[in-house]
Design a binder for this molecule. Sequence first.
Ligand code: UDP
Length: 235
Amino acid sequence: MKYKRILLKLSGEALLGSKDFGFDANMLRLYASEIKKVTEMGTQVAVVIGGGNIFRGRDAAEAGVDRAQGDYMGMLATVMNAMALQGSLEAAGLYTRVASALNIAQVAEPFIRRRAMRHLEKGRVVILAAGLGSPHFTTDSAAALRAIELGCDVVLKGTRVDGIYTADPEKNPDATRYANISFEEVYEKGLNVMDMTAFTLCKENGLPIIVFDMNKPDNLRRLVTGEEIGTLVTM
Ligand code: UDP
């Protein structure tokens, strides 16, 4: 096993599956079974989940609220996603905890670093909800910061494309995928991997990022066992 403790970042949008809003049960089941495989191999899994299937801060103006208010709404959206994922992980037979950056004690415990580490050591999947608990951040930033403070070996950014490309592969058929790329090259080429705050945090702490296709069954297990899939960003 190459990675002992991972931070898996899933976007909220990924939970849409074939729907326009909310959750597709098939996606939740798929993610639960993928996470189960690596947990049973002994990999410790922390998950940061986004909220884009429900609400994003950047849509605040459209909803008639200011940006910070919209960001808090986005953070609450991530709590719903965390609870949905928790439900599907538990249905798959895993032990889980939701740790929230916003106090919402009836549904999630507060995020306390040492407590979250203890859960990981005991083999519980820790789902980190509400991002960082502060507006003007994203769940990518939460993924980077929590991975660093929890001592994760890598940030695995699960997306629907299988890595980082020279151009957007959904728009440009000539785009090619990088197998490896350095943090510097990502800056130089202006590639979009994570938002800049998140990306810089990973760079400054020497934390590798792997962008991969989470919707392809078995990819997560293959990555954890050291197979080279997706794109690895390193120093
Ligand atoms: N958000 C925030 N602070 C955080 C994390 C998230 O304000 O630390 C808000 C922000 O408005 C964001 C929304 O929550 O748009 C949902 O998260 P994100 O857009 O990162 O979700 P994803 O795109 O991964 O689904």
